[in-house]
Design a protein around this ligand. Structure first.
Ligand code: SAM
Length: 275
């Protein structure tokens, strides 16, 4: 934390505002808190002015009311993904076995850990070594294993057919729309975290194709998507033998889909439901 006079603080606010930071006052407060010296603060402000995401400068992002560690290149958790967390928690029983695919920082798993009563298993997977390292740091205290690899590939084969919940905020931006993303995202987040292929659903199609074989009867896949992808993903999930339901939150500007492997409500791990 650096001590600034009101006049010095105003200079920083004006510098950030001039660079287009809408929440310049808040950002100034956070950068001042994060900087260990006046020189460090100057460096952070310069990096912010050139467009580097605030979260990379701070080393954390706020997600579902908690600070989660982030590191350069790793996808910064978005506020809208709180919908995926609440939708997943709503369909999951007390002793659920939960795997997060495409975990990035592990923010979803950490938020779910705080909402599920007594999960019997929590695990996470990512393809990007930087994301795996970041998630391991964030999830170590919860003793959650983070696997490196492609979707379900690195999971222990013994877990097949036993998962109650698979969550995935997979990349879902259509390749042609990547150029339309905010510069902070385009320039600083890894393309593998964003690019969902020609229609944005390339990764989710692969998740859907394998989900039934990893889910227990009555288990759920929960994924975040763009609103325009609802009809296509519904068809994909139905074709994969799952029963999809759309969930929306207008305030968050978020859309998610839950998809149940038939047998919903009859799995012994579903809290308050028949075994
Ligand atoms: C949109 S980011 C979401 C990260 C995190 N779930 C969140 O919501 O903050 C997508 C993540 O998927 C990972 N990813 C992309 N393709 C993957 C694949 N085939 N297998 C595993 N992870 C993948 C990326 O490295 C990135 O961390």
């Amino acid at each position: 934390m650096v001590l600034l006079s009101p006049a010095e603080r105003d200079v920083v606010v004006a510098r950030l505002r001039g660079a287009g930071c809408v929440w310049a006052e808040d950002e100034t407060r956070l950068l001042v808190e994060a900087a260990g010296s006046p020189e460090a603060l100057t460096g952070l402000v310069e990096r912010r002015v050139t467009g580097e995401p605030l979260e990379y400068l701070l080393g954390w992002a706020e997600f579902c009311g908690e600070r989660i560690g982030v590191q350069p290149g790793v996808f910064v958790p978005r506020a809208r993904t709180a919908l995926l967390v609440s939708a997943a928690a709503a369909v999951t029983g007390a002793a659920a076995a939960v795997v997060e695919l495409c975990c990035g920082t592990g923010a979803i798993t950490r938020a779910l850990a705080g909402r599920l009563v007594a999960p019997r298993l929590l695990a996470a997977v990512d393809l990007d070594p930087a994301a795996v390292a970041c998630a391991r740091r964030n999830l170590t205290a919860l003793a959650v294993p983070v696997f490196a690899g492609d979707l379900f590939d690195p999971l222990p084969p013994a877990w097949r057919g036993s998962l109650d919940l698979v969550v995935a905020n997979a990349p879902y931006v259509p390749t042609a729309a990547l150029d339309l993303l905010p510069a902070e995202s385009r320039r600083y987040e890894a393309p593998v975290a964003l690019d969902g292929g020609p229609d944005g659903l390339a990764v989710l199609r692969r998740v859907a194709a394998d989900a039934s074989s990893w889910l227990a009867p009555g288990g759920h896949l929960v994924a975040e998507i763009g609103e325009v992808q609802v009809d296509e993903l519904r068809a994909v999930l139905t074709g994969a033998g799952l029963v999809p339901t759309v969930v929306r939150d207008a305030a968050l500007g978020a859309t998610a889909m839950t998809a149940c492997r038939p047998g919903c409500g009859r799995h012994p791990d579903r809290a308050g439901r028949p075994g």
